[in-house]
Design a protein around this ligand. Structure first.
Ligand SMILES: Cc1ncc(COP(=O)(O)O)c(C=O)c1O
Length: 494
């Protein structure tokens, strides 16, 4: 190997060298914060700081993180996108080998590419094992969940060009780019961007009768597609009643409406199955995947589509009608492939189902012990949720109630961090904190994590303690911060 060339020109004195970031000592946590706040999303970081999770965080083990003050916590955060923890050895070892041996082009874009070829073949074969009707389906890769949804919207529209309406469900979450945002019925995120994609309508999640009525009202031929999460993640872990998904599938099949299962959060093991839709009796036309496919290290999204629908949009000379630069890049595909291999070799979906049911039982016991803190616990696999009683129990008028409900989740999350566990807020829900630990978290670490949730509950036996245990000055700062948000909020989930 030849030595690196000396730089052609001296770097500006304030240039931050990659080697300095790598050495950590070269860019200390306080400086990271300063730079991130000055040049990035300052307000968000301020809010997270109030919750004690402004970071930066560093890996201790794949499942434990340390902040700039040396405080360690078990990581049950990561919004379901960290399937094997931080810098998982199985992926880092493979990456070393990849960097040493790989000769395939990095950004193949339109040309054929070995890593993409292997990953798409494996994904389709895996899907066809669960749903044989997908044996000739095809894959379109991208670099995020929202982009996988944008692709799905376009595939469906190209298939049914005369139809004008897209149906998604209340509390659903499909992303925040303009197309996917149209399907995410949350006024807080949508309102100032109107008009969005025309024709996006919402039906109550889990209510088949309401969906049938809506479809009748619009007219089935006018409907492009129905987008459904088999279990809602950002909505606060909502499991639909038995028969709902099957009914959605039957309705779509009867009228030729494109059925799209958004498995970006649930898919590849999070809820204990390879594809939650298939496990619940749905055979969708399109499945979107993302989060865990990047192994927690890279960004990979995928839209898996039945062949005729795929070819309708990307047939013949139209095959460039939808494209991107980075989808299918070799590094992403290689990590995706190794991640899928690890998921399969260890049968991590089955492990997720098993470990998750142990976790849920323990959370249920906590709920029974502390009903004035925990209104409800829900979950499947390693997608677990705690819904809290509001910190103010009195009946409150509209906006104030939403404000208190939202504050409840923020205060709970802060206390949970104090107890040594990192959790997730739920973007389309209130009063709900989710736990999404790595699918391969060792049982003793998982056990400690649930134990710490127990400590958190003992310290806050009723939700008002979330308020009284938070320093008054901090509560005031949090209230001021929360009040700065737009007045129009999602309607309450409880
Ligand atoms: C079900 C679902 N769809 C879509 C998305 C959007 O994915 P991304 O954040 O990668 O754009 C998410 C993200 O949380 C999700 O949970």
């Amino acid at each position: 190997m030849s030595a690196p060339l000396p730089p052609a020109a001296p770097l500006p004195p304030d240039f931050i060298r990659a080697e300095d970031v790598l050495s950590e000592g070269g860019l200390r946590p306080a400086r990271v914060r300063e730079l991130d706040q000055r040049y990035g999303n300052e307000e968000l970081l301020y809010g997270l700081d109030l919750l004690g999770v402004g970071g930066p965080f560093y890996r201790v083990t794949p499942w434990e993180l340390e902040d700039g003050h040396g405080v360690r916590r078990i990581n049950a955060s990561g919004y379901a996108a960290v399937p094997f923890g931080e810098m998982p050895p199985v992926i880092t070892a493979f990456l070393r080998e990849y960097l040493e041996k790989n000769r395939a082009m990095g950004l193949p874009q339109q040309s054929s590419a070995p890593w993409r070829a292997a990953l798409q073949a494996n994904l389709v074969r895996l899907l066809a094992r669960e749903l044989p009707s997908h044996s000739d389906s095809q894959v379109f890769f991208c670099s995020s969940g929202t982009e996988a949804i944008e692709g799905a919207m376009k595939f469906a529209k190209a298939w049914r060009p005369r139809a004008k309406f897209y149906i998604s469900f209340s509390s659903g979450y499909h992303g925040k780019t303009l197309g996917s945002l149209s399907l995410t019925p949350n006024p807080e995120y949508q309102d100032i961007f109107r008009p969005l994609v025309p024709g996006a309508v919402t039906s109550p999640y889990g209510d088949l009768e309401a969906l049938l009525t809506l479809v009748r009202r619009i007219g089935p031929d006018n409907i492009v597609a129905i987008f459904v999460e088999p279990i809602q993640g950002e909505g606060g872990v909502n499991i639909p009643p038995p028969g709902f998904l099957h009914g959605v599938g039957a309705l779509c099949r009867k009228h030729g409406i494109v059925c799209i299962a958004d498995e970006i959060q649930t898919g590849l093991g999070r809820t204990g199955h390879w594809f939650e839709s298939a496990a619940q009796g749905l055979d969708p036309d399109i499945i979107t995947l993302a989060k865990p496919l990047g192994g927690g290290m890279t960004a990979v999204g995928a839209t898996m589509v039945r062949q005729p629908i795929y070819k309708k949009m990307l047939g013949g000379l139209s095959s460039k009608r939808h494209s991107n630069t980075f989808g299918g890049n070799s590094l992403g595909m290689a990590v995706g492939l190794r991640s899928l291999q690890y998921l399969m070799e260890e049968d991590l979906p089955a492990r997720s189902l098993r470990l998750g049911s142990v976790g849920l039982e323990r959370l249920r016991a906590l709920q029974a012990q502390f009903p004035r803190l925990l209104q409800e616990v829900r979950g499947q696999g390693l997608l677990l949720a705690m819904q809290f009683q509001p910190v103010v129990g009195l009946p409150l008028p509209g906006t104030l109630k939403e404000f208190v409900y939202e504050g409840t989740a923020l205060l709970a999350l802060r206390e949970l961090h104090e107890a040594g566990v990192m959790g997730n807020l739920s973007l389309s829900s209130k009063r709900t904190v989710r736990l999404t630990p790595a699918l391969d978290m060792p049982e003793d670490v998982f056990d400690r994590m649930v134990g710490r949730v127990g400590n958190f509950a003992s310290r806050n036996p009723a939700s008002r303690h979330l308020l009284t245990n938070t320093p008054a000055a901090l509560t005031a700062q949090l209230a001021k911060f929360a009040a700065s948000k737009p007045k129009k909020r999602t309607t309450s989930d409880g």
